[in-house]
Design a protein around this ligand. Sequence first.
Ligand code: APR
Length: 239
Amino acid sequence: MRRKRLAVLTGAGVSAESGLGTFRDSGGLWENYRVEDVASAEGWIRNPGLMLEFYNTRRRQLADVRPNAAHLAIAGLEKDFDVTVITQNVDNLHERAGSTRIIHLHGELTKVRPENCCNESDGFSEASVFDIGYGDINLGDKAPNGAQLRPHIVWFGEAVPKIEAAMDAVEKADVMLIVGTSLQVYPAAGLFRYAGIDVPIYVIDPKEVPVSDPRITHIKDVATSGMEKFVLMAAKNFE
Ligand code: APR
């Protein structure tokens, strides 16, 4: 008998206990930066240097943090489930925890690309994307094709090319788990609506869930202890 398919949607809250800030909690990133200045397509045109520094700072910080028990528990679910992680996070903590199938809806902090590639004109090809680890990129750092290097991040105002793959994973899921997202940013926030009518959806978040759906069970807890509860429940109900 095939293993049950589990779609896991994560947001910044799953990395909070690793020491990475979220966006919309008090003290979050969007309290200290204007989104349009540091994470938007027009911001890149207006002041690319400011945007490069914003991502350089976050990339350097990533070198100093580790996956937490929630990332490890999500990776551990691959023992008993066919897991697809769909993350809004640009950190590499799911990879470093051992998850093997990850869809990064909003890009990846350690990756860069020429500013004129991976868009509508080339069908979002990732052929020219490469990983720089935790180093900086600055104005004047050029790709082999001569174009300015930019972070491989989906900015506000840009398409989310991996949303179809994410929708497909959710449509096929037998169980859905949502960890640490405020469900404020589309299209990611609408993904759960693609889960089957009888598919149980578990949401782990210390705050109230901003949507109501009869399929949702809210585990009102932080990611690490919420994942302990989910793993016990999953072992009992879904294997
Ligand atoms: N464990 C679990 N959840 C937590 C924890 C924790 N320790 N701490 C905070 N949270 C929850 C918050 O309650 C909130 O629901 O994580 C969520 C964080 O929400 P946001 O800061 O809005 O982050 P996210 O939902 O990932 O944002 C989505 O917005 O700005 C864009 O591209 C950015 O990918 C990001 C997207």
